[in-house]
Design a protein around this ligand. Structure first.
Ligand SMILES: Nc1ncnc2c1ncn2[C@@H]1O[C@H](COP(=O)(O)OP(=O)(O)OP(=O)(O)O)[C@@H](O)[C@H]1O
Ligand SMILES: [Mg+2]
Length: 378
């Protein structure tokens, strides 16, 4: 057998191997790499399939961030070359605070430089006074050039992102004050929090504040529809409304519920009941029955009804939230009666948070409701 024949045989063997492993046999030059490539591609597909949708659909660029026009326009100006102030983002969970600054950093510095130029610290990192004094201070003192390695221009500063900064201690925040001022030439700070009142005033006054609002019904609807289309899932209009209502403007919650529902209903249409089930919302009929029991003027009936609800596994917290909405709308009660019930509701809420017994607390609340409905004159 000459050299040419041997080579040919080897090629045939490799081609057969590739074929048996499901690799492509079309390209003569890729026989050797075909099996691994196809395996890699499959692995990649599998990993992609298992990425939570909140991450998969996290905005990649500032333009992708929905609903937060004010902050987006400021960040876009800085992307066009204008200076960036120190930033303070605050607002409820799942409204895009972390995503916005991460996307902006990526756009400002590009994927290669972002690791050098951005220091991200969140609540999972140690952020006591020592870390502020050493890590943050050292990082912010480093100088930053205005060009990338390839010669293209980039902003001549670094960014320190302090995510979830409402959990930083006061001394740690105080230690930031001077660093923030001294390093304005080389560093911009971006503080992110849910509760702006926990940020000390001197820090807040050094930053441009941006309030992230709960997302509007339209924004949530549009984005959820886009995800449904891309993931090829069917979601009824009613279910979509239920998703938007239960999420309360939190995009993360809405997307997570949608993903859970899609796992529950493979190749079937997602319905309103599925969403309620996942979100732990108690059906209206159950609440109505409880209110009916309050009208019965019998503690025995009330007790049975409350026990049934607790035994069904509904959470007492969810129950009082939904009861609150009903009570506010009840026409048979006047304002005084409603305020008495709501006061009790607040006490029960606190007790439940402190770990009190669910049955007893709901009985205490519905007991007051029964008293007001059956015995108090308007
Ligand atoms: N404005 C938005 N536009 C597009 N997607 C959004 C927006 N807000 C939230 N999301 C979606 O919700 C997910 C969570 O957003 P993000 O982590 O930015 O929230 P956050 O405001 O930082 O919340 P937290 O206060 O809990 O940290 C994102 O991955 C994205 O999929
Ligand atoms: Mg966040």
């Amino acid at each position: 057998m000459n050299y040419g024949d041997r080579q040919n045989n080897k090629k045939k063997y490799l081609t057969m191997q590739a074929f048996l492993k499901g690799g492509s046999t079309f390209s003569k030059n890729k026989e050797k790499t075909a099996p691994t490539t196809s395996k890699d591609a499959k692995d990649l597909k599998e990993t992609k399939k298992h990425i939570p949708w909140v991450e998969k659909y996290r905005p990649r660029c500032v333009d992708d961030v929905a609903h937060q026009e004010e902050v987006v326009s400021v960040l876009k100006k800085s992307l066009e070359g204008e200076d960036l102030p120190n930033l303070l983002f605050y607002g409820p969970p799942g409204t895009g605070k972390t995503s916005t600054i991460l996307a902006a950093s990526r756009e400002l510095f590009g994927a290669d430089l972002v690791k050098q130029r951005v220091l991200e610290l969140n609540a999972s990192d140690e952020r006591g006074i020592d870390v502020v004094r050493k890590k943050v201070k050292n990082f912010s003192q480093l100088t930053a050039s205005g060009t990338r390695p390839n010669g293209k221009p980039c902003p001549p500063f670094k960014i320190v992102i302090l995510d979830e900064s409402d959990s930083m201690t006061r001394p740690a925040q105080a230690a930031l004050r001077r660093t923030m001022e001294k390093q304005t030439k080389t560093t911009r700070f971006c503080l992110i929090c849910n509760y702006v009142s926990r940020i000390i005033e001197p820090i807040a006054s050094r930053c441009a504040k941006f309030r992230f609002m709960p997302l509007s019904v339209k924004t949530l609807g549009d984005r959820l529809k886009m995800i449904c289309e891309k993931e090829n899932i069917q979601c009824s209009e009613e279910a979509m409304t239920a998703l938007i209502d239960t999420s309360g403007g939190d995009m993360r919650k809405a997307i997570t519920y949608l993903q859970s529902a899609s796992r529950l209903k493979v190749d079937e249409e997602i319905t309103k009941t599925d969403i309620f089930e996942i979100a732990g919302v108690i059906l209206d009929e159950v609440i109505d029955q409880l209110i009916k029991a309050c009208h019965s003027d019998s503690y025995e009936k009330l007790g049975t009804c409350v026990k049934d609800i607790i035994c069904d596994g509904h959470s007492a917290m969810q129950l009082i939230t939904q009861l609150h909405d009903k009570i506010v709308q009840m026409e048979e009660l006047d304002d005084k009666q409603k305020s008495i019930i709501c006061e009790k509701l607040a006490i029960v809420d606190k007790c439940l948070m402190d770990g009190a017994d669910e049955f007893l607390q709901i009985m205490a609340l519905t007991g007051v409701m029964m008293q007001q409905i059956c015995h108090e004159q308007k």
